[in-house]
Design a protein around this ligand. Structure first.
Ligand code: BGC
Length: 384
């Protein structure tokens, strides 16, 4: 199905499910704690509210960003008069499906889903569609089903591109500097974003691998973007990344050979990699390699301040939650849903109309301005 057709179909098939909520989302601040019309607890018990029930399915509590995403979206929706059911699934696909089934049984009006396995939700979303429940894919695209109505995310290809370009510029690769020893990592093979992060970075870096300016001693350099799952870390686990880095350092870096740059797609992997570097006696400010990341997780920002991580790609998750709260409201009120990308995100069944937000690079020198002055962290959270 073509993007435009798909989009107009998707727009018209979602009818006002309960125009009762008079909402002024634009005025809500990140720290709003007022709840009108609902007495919902964070774990999802529900009582009726004017706007109806919105199901929020998040993947795991074990990563800081999803806690921030979930609680912020929950706050915004409650303050706007909706009842919410906010659920975390411990990174277990079956658990997430059960949670979605419960939300469907409770007649949720909209499901907002940050999926664990982006290919596993087709059957449960068919149940949602049968009850005319709208579905928004949150941050991660849901693949292989026509029953996803909208997608809100950051520019995922750009995230990887920013990591690749940071490496290219910092090492002076464009000026012919090198060779440097690189170890590349990729994210979870079941996460559609991981593919895009890798492609963005590899499009910048692979030419230097081909020309010999970047050398991958472990041999774990994917031959093409499509090969990325070979170096994917299942479930984005820090400890798996740590043992993978341990193996590479133990097997391929004997004697004086040092790793000089690590492409890490996000902060949870970077954390494990940094622990491995530590245990292999690499010294910050000395032989410590350039390590990339994503998310500006608290532990990683602290590591940036301690010269153990060179950069992170920050996605201000408050803006994503705000955009999604707005989308929910537009859906419920039967308004045209605001999207800004109707070309990029084909989920195998058609283009999913998307609102895409810009990611940004944060370096040690930017921490105060970008992360503290903006209120994302308190100075004391970061030991500042
Ligand atoms: C998100 C990243 C996150 C990763 C692991 C990705 O889908 O876009 O921000 O680091 O999942 O949770």
């Amino acid at each position: 199905m073509k993007g435009r057709t798909m989009m107009s179909l998707r727009r018209t098939k979602i009818v006002a499910a309960g125009a009762g909520a008079a909402l002024l989302l634009a005025g809500l601040s990140a720290c709003s704690s007022t709840q009108s019309g609902s007495t919902t607890t964070a774990s999802g018990s529900t009582t009726a509210a004017a706007g109806g029930l919105i199901g929020i399915a998040m993947p795991t509590k074990s990563l800081q960003r999803w806690n921030n995403d979930g609680s912020h979206l929950d706050e915004l929706l409650k303050a706007a008069g909706y009842t919410t059911s906010l659920q975390y699934a411990d990174n277990k696909v079956d658990q997430q499906i059960t949670q979605l089934q419960n939300m469907i049984n409770l007649n949720a009006k909209v499901l907002v889903i940050a999926s664990i396995d982006g290919t596993a939700l087709g059957p449960v979303l068919a149940q949602a569609k049968a009850k005319k429940i709208a579905v928004i894919a949150y941050d991660r695209l849901i693949n292989g089903t026509a029953d996803v109505d909208y997608y809100a995310t950051f520019d995922n290809y750009k995230v990887g591109q920013l990591q690749g370009q940071y490496i290219e510029t910092t090492l002076g690769l464009k000026d012919g500097k090198g060779p440097f020893n690189l170890e590349p990592f990729a994210g979870s093979p079941d996460d559609n974003n991981a593919k895009l992060f890798f492609a963005g970075a590899w499009d910048v870096l692979k030419p230097y691998v081909d020309s010999g300016k970047l050398v991958v001693p472990s041999g774990k350099a994917p031959a093409s973007n499509a090969d990325w799952t070979k170096i994917g870390i299942q479930g984005w686990k820090s400890d798996t990344a740590q043992s993978e880095m341990d193996n590479r350092l133990n097997s391929f870096y004997q004697g004086t050979k040092k790793v000089q740059v690590v492409l890490s797609p996000n902060d949870s992997l970077a954390l494990g990699i940094e622990q491995s570097l530590e245990s292999h006696a690499y010294k910050p400010g000395g032989d410590w390699p350039l390590v990339t990341g994503q998310d500006a997780d608290q532990a990683n920002v602290k590591n940036m301040l301690a010269d153990k991580q060179a950069m992170t790609v920050w996605k201000d998750t408050r803006t994503l939650a705000e955009q999604v709260a707005k989308m929910v409201d537009e859906i419920i009120q039967g308004k045209t849903v605001d999207v800004n990308d109707t070309k990029t995100y084909d989920n195998g069944k058609g283009i999913v109309p998307t609102f895409q937000l810009p990611p940004q690079v944060v370096l040690k020198a930017d921490v105060q301005k970008a992360l503290v002055d903006s209120g994302f962290y308190k100075a004391s959270d970061l030991g500042l």
